[in-house]
Design a protein around this ligand. Structure first.
Ligand code: FES
Length: 234
């Protein structure tokens, strides 16, 4: 074989191998400490007690990163193919619980990171009874610039400027006692950018350095209206 042809062949196989490596590098779940979901008295939260359509907030995987817990009332779509803004694909397996209807997502909007604070929330789940005429019902809606996410399909973007789905929080359901655990994340995490952007505010709300501490052992679940004083409904 001519030297030039050999070099061309090597370059072609290198490109092919790079594509293979890229495909193999698609996003995998990222596991953090396993944390039991508990109520505000510290008792294990039972999946059966979650009201359909209610917005619940818990913090995971860090003390200062709020997440939504939702009971959608019916089984979600399963094995949903999704992509992050930068390209890596991943597969969200679906809801958990007795009806496969319970889901968890980071409550940090994938557009400009609006998130629920103890003072106010611009982002929440809106079912048919709470959605306005201008929005899709049964979506997580961010009133900042109207990004909408479908929680029954891995929080894929169904409207607005968000460039990727909300990061999923992986939940585990214990069918014997009906209890729930958070175990990791799947999708486009934005936590580092979030900590950088809101460092000052997070220090005020959670205490210096506490916001970046990983949750371990348990995490308290509250209704959104308990966690935050004002809920904006656009
Ligand atoms: S920050 Fe949520 S839509 Fe812009």
């Amino acid at each position: 074989m001519e030297r030039r042809e050999f070099i061309k062949m090597c370059a072609a196989s290198a490109a092919f191998a790079a594509r293979d490596v890229f495909a193999a590098a698609d996003l995998k779940p990222r596991f953090y400490s396993r944390a039991q979901l508990v109520d505000d008295h510290g008792r294990p939260l039972k999946a059966a007690r979650l009201v359909v359509g209610e917005n619940y907030i818990f913090h995971y995987p860090f003390e200062g990163t709020p997440s939504f817990l939702l009971n959608l009332g019916k089984p979600t779509v399963r094995e949903v193919e999704l992509k992050t803004e930068n390209g890596p694909a991943y597969q969200w397996s679906g809801g958990v619980g007795p009806k496969n209807a319970i889901v968890g997502y980071s409550a940090i909007c994938a557009h400009r990171m609006t998130y629920p604070t103890p003072q106010i929330s611009f982002i929440s789940y809106r079912d048919k009874s709470t959605a306005s005429r201008l929005m899709r019902p049964n979506t997580i809606h961010c009133c900042s610039e109207h990004s909408e996410y479908d929680p029954a399909s891995g929080a894929r973007v169904v409207g607005g400027p968000a460039p990727q789905p909300l990061c999923a929080i992986l939940l585990e359901y214990d069918g014997e006692n009906g209890e729930l655990y958070a175990i990791g994340t799947l999708g486009g995490e934005m936590f580092n950018a979030f900590f950088d952007k809101f460092e000052f505010k997070l220090a005020l709300d959670y205490g210096a350095d506490r916001a970046r501490q990983q949750v371990s052992g348990r995490t308290v679940v509250q209704e959104l209206q308990q966690f935050c004083k004002q809920r904006v409904r656009c």
